[in-house]
Design a binder for this molecule. Structure first.
Ligand code: PLP
Length: 364
């Protein structure tokens, strides 16, 4: 049995460190915005080399709070990718703004800068690239477009903790960087959690207000905010895991490179352009034989999954808004993509077993 992720093995490897951190947090009883949240924010800002980091309740909330902190208002347009998890677009809609989807690159699966520029209208206020599957988007080109057109750049880093491009960590490049600590993410907690980085102190101040009922000083409320705080218990666990994140990501890259060596002649393997560090939140291949491969893997108790079968512009919720819109590269990827198990604890032997199963499916 080979799962998509193996959280249990990871917990057992880290058990003494994590258990000690959790017990300390329980003893402290400072459960809401306690010392572990402050500690994690400081350590994350340091790790990512960003000015500020603000914990919040989930990756979805991280995006929502960033969109609001960016000043996005009802009727504004925000350009983003259709090939992502729904939360990227939901956050735009929560603010009453309209997500405008543009097509992705066939090799990186990330938003195409030139298409962003073509989609800009007088209502465009922001751009949200997603570093999909851990592959950094083309931030130099996207950043230049945002600067030229005075747009706020918000990075969706839910899948890219530790990924870098041109020597900069994802989440340290735009005005805001939004991270998810969902358990299966590269840096995952044991429940929901999220974090927003901010390039400026004012940005961070606004985020801190928004996550805590619009309040800077207790019982003084300046704006309508939310209850979107990161739990101190989650922060305690995440601080332990943050100490191991480089090794986790290295191990993911080991698994990915072994897959690519073993599969590159039979399927389209993930692209690495050498400019960035891909951290393989997912290992996603393209093939016309998806159903055949998935059936064979399942028969051999090997997990696989399709991220994502339906692009956002084809979702019911956006049917009216996106009627007649065709984004052919995204549609072609969604029809042919599948993801194989990848996690730091995966052994070379397990990787070889998956490679053999994929090759066997295609040969048979
Ligand atoms: C996981 C994810 C989110 C949402 O994160 P949650 O913590 O589950 O709310 C947003 N965007 C992308 C690209 C994701 O993969």
């Amino acid at each position: 049995m080979i799962p998509m992720v193996d959280l249990k093995t990871q917990y057992h490897h880290l058990k003494s460190e994590i258990d000690a951190a959790v017990l300390d947090a329980l003893e402290s009883t400072q459960f809401i915005l306690g010392p572990n949240v402050t500690g994690l924010e400081k350590e994350t800002a340091g790790y990512l080399a960003t000015a500020q980091a603000v914990g919040c309740a989930s990756g979805t909330d991280a995006l929502h709070l960033a969109v609001l902190a960016a000043g996005i208002k009802p009727g504004d347009e925000v350009i983003t990718t259709p090939f992502t998890f729904i939360a990227t677009a939901e956050a735009i809609c929560y603010a009453g703004a309209v997500p405008v989807f543009v097509d992705v690159d066939p090799q990186t699966f990330n938003i195409v800068p030139e298409l962003i520029e073509q989609a800009i209208t007088p209502r465009t206020k922001a751009v949200i690239p997603v570093h999909l599957f851990g592959q950094p988007a083309d931030m130099a080109a996207i950043g230049a477009i945002c600067e030229r057109h005075n747009l706020v750049l918000i990075e969706d880093c839910a899948q890219s903790f530790g990924a870098a491009i041109a020597g900069r960590m994802t989440g340290s490049i735009g005005a805001f960087g939004c991270f998810s600590f969902f358990p299966s993410k590269n840096l995952g907690g044991y429940g929901d959690g999220g974090l927003v980085t901010a390039a400026t102190a004012e940005g961070a101040e606004t985020l801190k207000m928004l996550r805590n009922h619009g309040s800077k000083v207790r019982y003084h409320h300046d704006v309508i905010g939310f209850n979107s705080r990161l739990d101190d218990l989650q922060a305690a666990i995440l601080r332990v895991k943050l100490r191991h994140i480089d090794r986790f990501n290295q191990e993911r890259r080991r698994v990915a490179h072994r897959y690519s060596e073993g599969l590159k002649d039979v399927v389209t393997v993930p692209f690495e352009d050498g400019k960035g560090v891909h951290v393989y939140h997912q290992y996603t291949i393209l093939t016309d034989q998806r159903d055949t491969i998935m059936a064979a893997l399942s028969e051999q108790q090997i997990a696989s999954a399709v991220y994502y079968p339906i692009p956002l512009h084809r979702q019911n919720v956006f049917a009216e808004q996106c009627r007649g819109i065709s984004l052919p590269v995204t549609e072609s990827i969604a029809a042919r993509c599948m993801s194989l198990p990848v996690y730091p604890e995966m052994t070379d032997q397990q990787v070889d077993q998956v490679i053999a199963a994929v090759r066997g499916a295609l040969a048979g």
